[in-house]
Design a binder for this molecule. Structure first.
Ligand code: SF4
Ligand code: MSK
Length: 685
């Protein structure tokens, strides 16, 4: 392999006089995953720097971490660090304009919500636009693949599915329904009055809370824009009023942009049902053309799946000396095509550089969100073609190829990309190293498939799930989701939290990179129930044939968790609102603004939500107390932070038990065993 360029990847400071040598990450300290450890070691051998090394060399700003650095005008940045000795007496910290730590932290926090809600919702808008083109038959490459899903969502948009002709009721044409649904959906981003249509899907009690609190989103774009306005210098200076707007925007994400993205993707590409696949870098194949897709929007990757499976491309790959084409994925585009086609997962967010460092990645095709700019630098060291495809997500490096996706020529674009990868197969160097590690998984769960597996078509509800919660076999349900974060050991928090939950009979629903981490660890198989679960959950999983951790898809698919919780409320026996359910949420290794938006829409929907790593609120204790405690009295849900993964899970279990107590269903259950130290920690938290 030509490694001439590889050495140039390490920053030049190494050669400067008196410059400190760059530190390298300890592979074992950096990740619990063997494949990741091997590839970090290989990166060091090849003198290629990865995110793990950069995390060693650049420490986060201590003031930014506390959420109290304001740069909303050029009189700043104003930094209001907590005094080393802590706060004594009155908190007199202020920025030049007088902004308090609460104002600054709240403004920063809701700007993160705006960023996250914008990312999810703009994704949803793109999908809605493609959906519209498919509905109007303006593109031949996209069709309505799942008319049943379309018929199930049409009533929420007040779109009739039946027409009366000559006094007789007739089914309406599916494409006619789709046009109306598409128009109404697109309207949700900018309608001038009213409220989001999907809010009515929430339990009545939750809808009423939002109504009373005045946080029902008017339209998606408006709530995001209003955050940017309110956080401009000299506008909103009341942390309670600021977070109220954050709540509106977060609800517009979870119950708006994300939910519509999920639904319309299901209609266009099919509603997921459980299927078998694999996960980790070991899914790449040395003798195949390897195409790795990465990002979040499945509109192009759906086409790529079809093209890679075509005989034409298969034969073309064979003509170049490969045995076939291996498609795999990173992050949530991967989760999207996993759940609908069983395409294997190549890795989580922190493994994106490592997939290229195998030397076997012939093309990495990226769309939007979570893509490191450094993948372009790593790709330079190998033969890998890095292809950007989205008009809003380009890269400055000259080795990046931009093939702008056009829905009118989607299939042709996909063919062109796959052909580039195949043509690149023979440019590989001899030095290829693909780790052997990969986990087996059953993925592709959704609201509908859980209904089928745990509800039964006869009952047509989540009755069986609720019944098992009431009889204590299942203690409760936890949504464990979110990213990796290079400030914490890769996958350690994800796996420790999930294992502690299932050990204590808590059924886990997962999405995003937590889903990928669990798949790599083998937790997404029905067999893992016997190995890792408490007796009650193990019995249910074995009887029904499901894994104890149900993978529900990508980041936007967290909306599936909201709807699953709503189904639990509807099925009865567990209270009238999501906040009554024995459920909790978690993002053990979060890093993105999207995670804050997701966390906040979970909280605003009544879910106790614990984050790991850090939260940018610690420098503003009054604001932090407001979102950690007081919000519970408004929405039933609240934020929490716990870095230790076992304590993190136990806090969730303690909350689940509290809800079980309130419902009067905790008598049959044994409580989680905790030593005195853990109990003291939980009480003082
Ligand atoms: Fe400083 Fe106020 Fe400007 Fe923020 S808005 S940078 S606190 S002067
Ligand atoms: S990909 S947002 S790192 S979950 Fe959705 Fe993973 Fe977080 Fe990106």
């Amino acid at each position: 392999m030509d490694t001439k360029k590889v050495t140039s990847l390490r920053p030049k400071t190494e050669n400067k006089k008196n410059a400190k040598p760059r530190k390298k990450a300890d592979p074992v300290e950096a990740s619990i995953d063997l494949a990741t450890q091997q590839m970090i070691k290989r990166a060091h051998d090849l003198n290629i720097e990865t995110v793990f090394d950069r995390a060693e060399n650049m420490k986060p700003c201590n003031i930014g971490v506390q959420g109290i650095c304001c740069k909303n005008c050029s009189m700043g940045p104003c930094r209001l660090p907590m005094p080393k000795s802590g706060l004594e007496g009155e908190d007199n910290r202020k920025g030049l304009c007088g902004a308090t730590p609460n104002t600054i932290a709240a403004r920063n926090f809701i700007r993160m919500i705006a960023g996250g809600a914008a990312a999810h919702s703009d994704h949803g808008r793109n999908v809605a636009e493609i959906f519209m083109k498919a509905a109007r038959k303006e593109t031949k490459d996209y069709t309505i693949k799942d008319p049943i899903k379309l018929l199930s969502i049409a009533p929420y948009f007040n779109v009739d599915t039946i027409v009366e002709v000559d006094g007789k009721e007739m089914d309406r044409d599916i494409y006619e329904i789709a046009v109306e649904v598409g128009e109404k959906a697109l309207n949700e981003w900018g309608k001038p009055e009213g409220e989001l249509i999907y809010l009515r899907r929430a339990p009545e009690a939750l809808y009423k809370k939002w109504e009373t609190m005045g946080v029902r989103p008017r339209n998606i774009d408006r709530e995001i824009v209003e955050i940017m306005h309110r956080t401009h210098i000299g506008v909103d200076q009341d942390y309670k009023n600021l977070i109220k707007q954050g709540t509106r925007a977060a609800i517009a994400d979870g119950w708006g942009g994300s939910m519509m993205a999920t639904d319309l993707q299901d209609v266009l590409f099919g509603t997921p049902f459980p299927l078998a696949s694999e996960a980790n870098l070991g899914v790449m194949k040395e003798d195949h053309v390897n195409i790795v897709i990465h990002g979040h929007e499945p509109v192009l990757s759906e086409m790529i799946v079809g093209v890679t499976q075509s005989r034409e491309m298969e034969e073309y790959a064979i003509s170049k000396g490969a045995k076939g084409i291996q498609l795999s994925g990173i992050c949530c585009t991967a989760n999207e095509i996993l759940q609908r086609h069983g395409v294997p997962l190549c890795g989580t967010f922190l493994q994106q550089e490592l997939a290229i460092i195998t030397g076997a990645c012939d093309a990495m095709v990226v769309d939007i969100q979570c893509i490191f700019q450094n993948v372009a630098n790593v790709a330079k060291c190998f033969h890998t073609k890095l292809i950007t495809t989205h008009p809003i997500a380009k890269m400055e490096q000259e080795n990046v190829i931009h093939i702008e996706f056009n829905e009118h020529y989607a299939l042709e674009d996909a063919k062109r990309i796959v052909k580039i990868a195949i043509d690149n197969f023979n440019n590989r160097g001899a030095d290829v190293m693909i780790p052997k590690e990969k986990g087996q998984q059953i993925a592709g769960f959704g609201v509908e498939s859980v209904l089928y597996h745990l509800g039964g078509t006869f009952r047509g509800s989540y009755y069986t799930l609720n019944d098992n919660i009431i009889n204590g076999r299942i203690r409760g349900v936890a949504g464990v989701v979110g990213c990796n974060n290079a400030r914490t050991r890769h996958n350690e928090g994800h796996i420790a939290v999930v294992k502690e939950l299932i050990k204590n009979d808590v059924l886990v629903i997962t999405t995003g990179c937590n889903g990928i981490a669990c798949a790599m660890e083998g937790l997404l198989t029905p067999e893992s129930a016997a190995a890792f679960c408490g007796p009650g959950l193990a019995e249910v999983c074995e009887t029904v044939g499901i894994p104890p951790v149900l993978h529900m898809g990508s980041c936007v698919d967290n909306s599936r968790i909201l709807l699953a919780a709503t189904e639990m409320v509807k099925a009865g026996g567990l209270g009238n609102d999501i906040s009554d359910l024995p459920v909790a949420g978690s993002a053990p290794e979060w890093m993105s603004e999207k995670a804050i938006s997701i966390g906040h829409y979970f909280v605003a929907s009544g879910v106790y939500t614990v984050f790991g790593v850090t939260l940018p609120t610690s420098g503003a204790p009054v604001f932090q107390k407001y979102i950690f405690e007081d919000l519970q009295n408004i929405y039933g849900g609240m934020w929490d932070l716990e870095i230790d993964p076992v304590k993190h899970a136990r806090k969730m279990i303690a909350h689940i038990d509290k809800k079980r107590d309130a419902l009067g269903i905790n008598k049959a259950r044994k409580r989680v065993m905790m030593d005195m130290a853990t109990r003291r920690d939980l009480e003082s938290a």
